[in-house]
Design a protein around this ligand. Structure first.
Ligand SMILES: [Zn+2]
Length: 412
């Protein structure tokens, strides 16, 4: 959640996000103008991708819509004007189930965090209550499958940042009773559980003693351990300790953005797979492509140093001139490169989709701008020769298998 706000400190001031947002829209518009009208040679494959998305279960393991709706109140049962997720666009993209994130800022103490958890859960539960013919809260893989069969959209609660637990392991039981499917151990700062990959201070050298207890208790309760945002040492120690598979709910591959610890290195991707877990690839373009990341920052600095607005004529000219020789946005091909990399390193059974929509601002692939975009990803997978069976594993099968394993291991 909020990776763009927190990861990219240079963009952390809101006006900068607006500038970058406009800038990216401008570049996307400029590049789409280049497309000449005519027959699409890939039309059959695109139709096949649409069919696969329409007829198979798709799960996205990380969408920050509850916090987005809290700050931008709109009704997600209808098409919303802001944000990346609503039921109308989800249906268009074939999306059937969303891990709905209760995001807890690293700056909150446990009390404020608990209050926020309850607020988010209320937002999530509102939809099945108000629209029982459209939504359901699902808390097991079986419920997700059965609600899919009934044509109901599954909202699956999960918690990003274990900090509301404080030192009280009993709170984890409360979370389980609320239907929380996974807990991301930390967010952008170390908490009482573990070190974070965004926090230069390594307080615990991985998991704290309490963090080890938290993982044992999550295993016992059947809550999935999510290591996105955790430092490398935390991930390794969590993998050693956990009796059940662990997931990365929204992480990409460090291979493509060297030195960026928020993404997973190959050895940890392999280790998660050996533990039978799953890596759910994050769609944030800054996670996907180091060139886009560097160039976006550079053009922003150029505009600022010339005191130019992106939407002024001079600013526009500068951007267009820069874009002739510098790539500023990436698309679904780079996203699928990450999916393929996990497959190459670990295998087809260990990868899925964890978009981080509603948490990454404008930093999205140009052709996958919201939850209507899953067919674009499937099209690219088909183009690269993946079978429908393999694609279904990526769309939902792998995540459901891991979730089942975690629930099976509970209590043992
Ligand atoms: Zn996150």
């Amino acid at each position: 959640m909020n990776n763009y706000r927190n990861t990219f400190n240079t963009f952390s001031v809101s006006h900068k996000v607006v500038v970058i947002c406009g800038l990216i829209n401008l570049i996307v518009m400029a590049s789409s103008c280049k497309n000449s009208p005519g027959k699409d040679p890939d039309i059959k494959l695109r139709q096949e991708a649409e069919r696969i998305c329409r007829t198979n279960l798709i799960i996205d393991s990380h969408i920050d819509w509850p916090e987005f709706i809290l700050t931008n109140p709109e009704d997600i049962s209808m098409q919303t004007s802001k944000g990346d997720f609503d039921l109308v666009r989800a249906k268009k993209g074939g999306l059937d189930a969303v891990l709905s994130v209760a995001y807890i800022s690293s700056d909150f103490d446990a009390g404020k965090g608990r209050h926020m958890v309850d607020t988010m859960l209320k937002i999530i539960r509102h939809y099945p209550e108000a629209y029982p013919d459209k939504f359901a809260v699902s808390t097991t893989p079986g419920e997700v499958r059965s609600n899919f069969g009934k044509g109901l959209f599954s909202l699956i609660p999960c918690l990003e940042n274990g900090s509301p637990a404080g030192e009280d392991l009993q709170y984890l039981k409360y979370l389980k009773d609320q239907g929380i499917a996974y807990i991301t151990l930390c967010h952008n700062k170390a908490n009482l559980i573990c070190d974070s990959n965004f926090d230069p201070e390594r307080k615990w050298n991985g998991l704290s003693p309490l963090g080890s207890e938290v993982i044992r208790e999550m295993n016992r309760l059947g809550i999935i351990v999510d290591i996105s945002h955790s430092s490398d040492s935390t991930v390794l120690q969590a993998l050693r300790l956990s009796k059940a598979p662990v997931i990365a709910s929204h992480s990409s591959c460090r291979h493509f953005v060297p030195g960026f610890e928020r993404n997973l290195p190959d050895d940890l991707i392999r280790a998660i797979a050996e533990k039978k877990g799953v890596i759910m690839v994050n769609f944030c373009t800054q996670f996907l492509d180091s060139v886009c990341s560097k160039n976006t920052e550079e053009i922003q600095n150029l505009l600022e140093s010339g005191s130019l607005r992106y939407d002024s004529k001079e600013g526009n000219d500068l951007i267009m001139e820069y874009a002739k020789t510098h790539r500023l946005v990436c698309d679904s091909r780079q996203l699928v490169d990450h999916i393929e990399h996990v497959i190459k390193v670990a295998g087809i059974d260990y990868v899925g989709l964890g978009s981080d929509f509603d948490g990454i601002g404008p930093l999205k692939p140009s052709d996958v701008a919201d939850v209507s975009g899953y067919p674009v990803i499937v099209f690219e997978l088909l183009k690269r020769g993946y079978s429908e069976d393999d694609i279904v594993k990526i769309l939902s099968g792998n995540f459901l298998r891991v979730w089942e394993e975690v629930q099976k291991a509970a209590g043992s």
